[in-house]
Design a protein around this ligand. Structure first.
Ligand code: SAM
Ligand code: SF4
Length: 437
């Protein structure tokens, strides 16, 4: 049996895709190894969303030179969004890579590997499909507590800064039946939480079912304690989904709602189809309907022509909303996007850095303030894994997705327990177990 080593970069969708790749290759008599040096096939499932994802990958490919020098027969595959975006147009590291495969071509991987082994020639597959959703492939997950599950693929929004519509193609949704049968299997396998994935989950549509209908169907599957989803787009967050979240205890009270910018001119240039007012109104509605909901976001600083005053609008929205946490990025131009063609990347790097530093400081304070509200309160926590810092402590999460650290005691991963919080940092809650649920 040939051995495969895989490394995954980027978003949760890529984690899920790597599980699909594992499943496809195992069905074709490959086995997986944790050791790159003993592998016959080395695969990188890559990301393309920001410039530093590419830089990181070029660095990693530089290291693989040594693996290939030690074993000339090793097959190297560059898969996913970066492969699709560059279409084989790598820099000097190109010589190393034998297989280039975009996100819709994983069913061809066994043939592609075989072809490289037989001919020594590079192979490419960048076809994007209007239909491929891999719903006939049951992903080979590493056993654990949470399972990722893509309910739709691709994106039709074409936000001007974003490469995803070009690397992942057109939007397509899986049938509710295929989602539910996968969730049922997950429950049988012992997963306690499922996170439904899509670039814009609210665009989910299959026959007459929308995303809110799908969430409600998933929430009825026995054995799954918690259901999460990411990401909704602020332009179309349905009231029905919000009510479903409020009324169903197993749908987690956490909304990741990417803001991107707090300034209307920039939102318009980004092609986001909502205004600052729309966004704030939605936040108000979420908080009115589900007061305990945690809110997190993504923000881009230094998009084309963003002035200091326009940046201040993002700062102000962040200050007013007080997100529980936020991913803050410097804008970087991506090949093929609308922005690359229409809007120059003209905010100087030092200004982008100064802006990101300010937002990170503000968010750190906000996260700490939000977490301090938890002191003295008791939360239901799903036990996940041993804490990275101390082997005698567990790491678990609240319904609102906050990390909680506590002494191990009698519990095991997958247990739902009550933890009283007595100390917090900006990123973590620390507590004492009150009782086993
Ligand atoms: N579909 C999600 C949405 O619409 O909000 C976002 C998916 S994208 C893969 C993840 C995040 O990366 C975006 O929310 C955005 O903040 C960031 N991002 C995307 N393109 C970027 C770029 N060119 N430069 C910097 N950040 C970018
Ligand atoms: Fe990219 Fe916009 Fe689609 Fe999100 S909604 S994946 S930011 S194009």
């Amino acid at each position: 049996m040939k051995k495969v080593y895989i490394e995954t970069y980027g978003c949760q969708m890529n984690e899920y895709d790597s599980e699909i790749i594992r499943s496809i290759l195992i069905a074709n008599d490959y086995e997986f190894t944790q050791s790159e040096s003993e592998a016959d096939v080395v695969i990188f499932n890559t990301c393309s969303v920001r410039e530093n994802a590419h830089e990181k990958m070029y660095g990693r490919l530089g290291e693989v030179k040594h693996v290939k020098a030690a074993n000339k027969k090793v097959v190297v595959g560059l898969l996913g969004c970066m492969a699709q975006n560059l279409r084989g147009n790598l820099k000097t590291q190109e010589k190393l890579v034998d297989i280039f495969a975009g996100p819709d071509s994983y069913k061809h991987l066994p043939d592609m590997i075989q072809s490289v082994l037989e001919t020594g020639q590079k192979t490419y597959n960048f076809s994007l499909s209007e239909y491929e959703d891999y719903s006939d492939v049951y992903p080979r997950r590493i056993p654990g507590i949470n399972a990722w599950l893509a309910v739709m693929r691709g994106c039709d929004n074409f936000c001007t800064f974003c490469v995803v519509p070009y690397t992942r193609g057109r939007e397509r949704s899986r049938s509710p039946q295929s989602v539910i049968s996968e969730v049922e299997k997950l429950a049988e396998e012992g997963f306690k939480q499922v996170t439904l994935l899509g670039q814009n989950v609210n665009s989910y549509r299959f026959d007459n079912k929308d995303f809110a209908d799908l969430m409600l169907m998933v929430s009825e599957v026995d054995g799954i304690e918690r259901i999460r989803f990411t990401s909704p787009h602020p332009k179309d967050f349905p009231e029905k989904l919000l009510r479903g979240m409020a009324e169903n205890p197993n749908i987690c009270k956490h909304v990741h709602l990417p803001l991107q910018s707090g300034n209307n001119r920039i939102l318009d240039l980004m092609g986001r189809n909502y205004t600052r007012k729309d966004y704030l109104r939605l936040v108000e509605n979420i908080r009115k309907t589900i007061p305990e909901a945690a809110l997190t976001t993504d923000i881009v600083v230094g998009f084309s022509s963003e002035t200091e005053d326009e940046f201040e609008d993002s700062y102000q929205v962040m200050k007013d909303v007080q997100f529980d946490s936020a991913f803050i990025f410097k804008y970087s131009e991506r090949k093929n996007t609308i922005a690359v063609r229409k809007y120059p990347d003209d905010v100087p790097p030092d200004k982008k850095t100064a802006r990101i530093v300010r937002l990170n400081e503000l968010q750190k304070n906000n996260s700490l303030l939000k977490n301090k509200e938890a002191i003295g309160k008791t939360y239901q926590v799903l036990v996940e894994s041993t804490s990275k810092k101390k082997p005698d402590e567990w790491m678990g999460r609240t319904d609102s997705n906050k990390i909680v650290i506590f002494q191990k005691g009698q519990f095991k991963a997958g247990d739902l327990i009550q933890v009283k919080i007595n100390k917090v940092s900006a990123n973590t809650l620390f507590g004492t177990v009150i009782k086993n649920n």
